[in-house]
Write a protein that binds this ligand. Sequence first.
Ligand code: GN1
Ligand code: MG
Length: 362
Amino acid sequence: MQVLLTRIFNEFQIAAAFKSYQELNSGHINDTYVIHTHTKPNYVLQRINGNVFSDAGNLVVNKVLVSDYLQLKYKDLPFEEVSKKVLCFVKTKDNAFFYKDEDENIWNLSVFIEDSITYLKTPNANIAFEAGKATGLFLENTTDFDVTSLTAILPDFHSITKRYIQFKEALKNATNSTKEKTQSLVSFVEQHIEEMLQIDKAIEGGLIPLRLTHSDTKISNILFSENKALCLIDTDTVMKGAIHFDYGDAIRTICNTADEDEKELHLVDFNLEFFKSYTKGFFQELKNITKEEKKFLPVSIKMMPFIMGLRFLTDFLNSNIYYKVSYENHNLDRAKNQFAYIASINKKYADVKLIIEQEITQ
Ligand code: GN1
Ligand code: MG
């Protein structure tokens, strides 16, 4: 691996020499490596999964365009400061945004943000508040970003309508023994599908405007340093969407007392205190929200775990062809976790609505 990574790394405009590498295993899709050099900075080298992203080259172009746009917001700061607030990508020696190897794999390189950490689970309310600020600020700073300049990499990514069709198809084709394991989850889907379609319908009806969204705001995609959030990472899915996608997806992991892979469902619970802190931070930064958008915030915190649970379940029915798994029932367990989380939100839903009313004053 070291030989391959050194060769790929040397394709980029970097003067420093490759010293060593370390694989980062938290993503479900791409292969990601930290590349240590003899001097600072270090780098993050990533091979985009071509099975998931058929247009991996344009995916990299998209994320560089968004990063460049965000960097302009900080144009008066020195590079060292900027590179902690926004991902900074490095071009290849041919001046391209990505490198394509002989096997047609697409690679990109960005500056590693030193002294930063990520979490799989929220340790305290301050981290939830900081995470809220980071996601809110990303949206605030990209309010005027022209989404038509981006290639649509995964159309209908957060569309329940489309994910439900894919689920039905997978269910039809699954073997009886696989289907048997999913019975209670399938009933859960059928019981909740109507409620979860609300946001799709509001978008179709023009009640919710579309704009740039990060579209994968789980807690492990937020960098922290000394109890402060630095920035959002993993911008592979920057695309046209609703603020509800980023708000709901962040709360999906930030307020879950268990991490996404937890099998012990009694550990899964919705933490109201973290929810309040997250919401406070988010709307401290994101200033523009209409009355109509606000109406759909409560349901968004159920809809995002629902869509993830539905996708994990669909992948299980399809014999695990999309997400990386460590064991056969991994996706099934992930789906159970998401649905248990929704059940926990349902019990506290009156408080959720109240907190949203209190925290969003505009
Ligand atoms: C995937 O790339 P990664 O592992 O952060 C997925 C997200 C899911 C997430 C669940 C392109 O994200 O939609 O929220 O797993 N990304 C894609 O952890 O499907
Ligand atoms: Mg991602």
